[in-house]
Design a protein around this ligand. Structure first.
Ligand SMILES: *[C@@H]1O[C@H](CO)[C@@H](O)[C@H](O)[C@H]1NC(C)=O
Ligand SMILES: *[C@@H]1O[C@H](CO)[C@@H](O)[C@H](O)[C@H]1NC(C)=O
Length: 428
C-alpha cells in the first residue's frame, strides 16, 4: 500500500533515472526500490511499461490482428483483435471491450497475463478491443487532419452514435455472430447506453449482454473536485478555440507529458498518483510495479467536448450535447437537448461498481440499475473491497480475484444460455 507518509520522505530523495533504455529495469515492487532501480535485483523489465498495445499482445504470446473501420462521419478507428485460440466452433464468441475517457485499449492488456483481455482469450473468447476517435490509436480521418481543429469537434454523442455502431458492425461482419458481449469501462459504458437507447433494435440484434465496469450515466453524486472544475470547461473551450490550443491539450501530447513527468522520480510518481486519485477515488489498489505501466498509457487523448459530458452528468442530466438554445433548435428541433431514454434498451445489462469510486460513484451506479427496465437487469455487483477505485478495475493488484473471476464465471453461464431474457424473472 502506498502510504501518504511516504510522500514527504520520498520528496527529499527525488532521484532521476533513464526510462528509455531498452530492457533495463523499468518497474519495481516497492517505491523504495525505484531510486536504485537500474542495478536493483528486486526490479525488472516490463514491456507493458514501454510498448504499445500490438506489441504488448504479441509479446505476451497471443495471436494479434488489427482492423480499421471508418465511421459515418469519416473517422478511421483501430480495432485490435485477439482471435480465439480455440479452433472451430468451440470458441465462446466475440467479446468487445471499450475503454473510457482519457484511456485506450491498453487498459485491458496492462496487467500481464492477468489482464482481462488475456483471461478472456484463455477462456475461449474472441476478444476485440476498441479505440474510439481521438485516442492515439484512432487519429485517422477520411478528409480531416488530426491537427485540424475540426477533427476535435466531437463529444460523447459521436462516440456512442457513430463509433460504437461502426466497431460493432465490423465485428459482426468478421465473425458472423450477433451475440457480442460488450464490456465497457466508464465512458465506454456511457457510449453503450447512448447507442442502445438510440438504436434499440440494432443493439438487440448485435449485443447479447452489456457488462458495465464503473458505469457512467447520471453522476449526481460525483464529489466536489469535479463539481468545481468541470463547469469551467465550456468557458475554457470558448477561450481556447480562439487560440487554437484545443488539439494540443486534446492529443497524445498530454500523455507524453504525464509519461515523462510522472515517471521522472519516485516523488513525482506519488504526486501524480495522488493528483489523479482526487478524481478516481482516494484508496487505490495499484501496485508499485504497475505505476510505470499506468503512466505510460494514460491519458490516451480526447476532445474537450467529450469531457463536458461529465459536467452535464454531474447535474443529473443524460442528454445530447447542449449547443445553446438557438443551435439546439436547429439541430434537435427543441430548445433543450433531448434526453437519452434508457428505458428503451432491450439488451440485458450487468453492472460492477466500487465503493470508493469517485469518478462514477456507487449511488449513481445503483441509480442507473434501478432506472433500467426490470427485464434487462441482469446483475448488480459491488466489488467486495474497501479500497478500490475507478481504475482499479483495470490496474488493481487484486482485480482478478475481486472482479475478473466473478465476471468470467458469469460469462460462462451467459454463453451457455441462448436467450438471456427468457429467464429474467429468476435473476437476483
Ligand atoms: C497533417 O498536417 C501536418 C502539419 O500541417 C502535416 O505535416 C501532415 O503531413 C498532415 N498529414 C496528412 C495525412 O495530411
Ligand atoms: C421512453 O421510452 C419508453 C419506452 O419506449 C416510453 O414508454 C417513454 O414514454 C419514453 N419516455 C420519454 C420521456 O420519451
Amino acid at each position: 500500500m502506498i502510504g501518504k507518509n511516504l510522500l514527504s520522505a520520498v520528496l527529499t530523495l527525488s532521484f532521476l533515472w533513464a526510462t528509455n533504455a531498452e530492457f533495463e529495469n523499468n518497474v519495481c515492487p516497492s517505491l523504495w526500490d525505484y531510486p536504485t532501480m537500474k542495478d536493483n535485483p528486486n526490479c525488472w523489465y516490463d514491456f507493458a511499461a514501454e510498448s504499445k498495445v500490438p506489441d504488448i499482445i504479441k509479446k505476451t504470446g497471443y495471436p494479434f490482428q488489427e482492423f480499421k473501420v471508418q465511421t459515418k462521419d469519416g473517422y478511421i478507428l483501430t480495432l485490435f483483435r485477439i482471435p480465439s485460440i480455440h479452433s472451430g466452433n468451440s470458441g465462446k464468441g466475440p467479446v468487445f471491450m471499450l475503454h473510457g475517457i482519457q484511456s485506450t485499449a491498453a487498459i485491458f492488456v496492462s496487467l500481464g497475463r492477468h489482464s482481462i483481455a488475456f483471461l478472456l482469450a484463455d477462456a475461449g473468447y474472441d476478444v476485440w478491443l476498441g479505440n474510439y476517435r481521438g485516442t492515439e490509436y484512432s487519429e485517422g480521418h477520411a478528409t480531416l487532419n488530426v491537427t485540424d481543429r475540426k477533427f476535435w469537434d466531437y463529444g460523447a454523442d459521436e462516440i456512442g452514435l457513430y463509433d460504437v455502431p461502426a466497431m460493432l458492425s465490423m465485428i459482426k461482419q468478421h465473425t458472423r455472430r450477433r451475440d457480442i458481449i460488450y464490456i465497457g469501462h466508464s465512458l465506454g459504458t456511457t457510449a453503450a447506453l447512448m447507442y442502445a437507447s438510440e438504436y434499440p433494435e440494432a443493439a438487440r440484434n448485435t449485443v447479447k449482454l452489456f457488462v458495465f465496469l464503473s458505469p457512467a450515466y447520471k453522476l449526481s453524486n460525483i464529489p466536489s473536485p469535479y463539481k468545481i472544475l468541470f463547469p469551467l470547461l465550456k468557458p475554457f473551450m470558448r477561450v481556447t478555440s480562439s487560440l487554437n490550443v484545443v488539439q494540443l491539450l486534446s492529443r497524445g501530447y498530454s500523455r507524453r507529458l504525464t509519461g515523462s513527468t510522472c515517471l521522472a522520480s519516485t516523488a513525482l510518481m506519488l504526486l501524480c498518483l495522488h493528483a489523479i486519485n482526487i478524481y478516481l477515488g482516494p484508496w487505490t489498489q495499484i501496485a508499485p510495479e504497475t505505476l510505470p505501466v499506468y503512466f505510460n498509457q494514460l491519458p490516451g487523448g480526447t476532445s474537450l467536448k467529450t469531457l463536458t459530458y461529465v459536467t452535464e452528468a454531474s447535474k443529473g442530466k443524460f442528454t445530447k450535447y447542449d449547443y445553446g438554445r438557438g443551435r439546439n433548435m436547429i439541430k434537435y428541433g427543441t430548445p433543450e437537448p433531448p434526453e437519452y431514454n434508457i428505458t428503451k434498451i432491450t439488451v440485458p445489462i450487468v453492472i460492477y461498481f466500487a465503493r470508493n469510486d469517485w469518478a462514477t460513484p456507487k449511488k449513481d451506479a445503483i441509480n442507473l440499475y434501478n432506472t433500467l427496465p426490470n427485464r434487462i437487469r441482469y446483475g448488480l455487483y459491488e466489488v467486495p473491497a474497501e479500497n478500490f477505485n475507478h481504475f482499479d478495475f483495470l490496474f488493481g493488484r487484486n482485480v482478478k480475484e475481486l472482479v475478473y473471476d466473478h465476471l468470467l464465471k458469469l460469462l460462462g453461464r451467459v454463453s451457455e444460455t441462448d436467450d438471456l431474457l427468457a429467464g429474467s424473472e429468476k435473476k437476483n
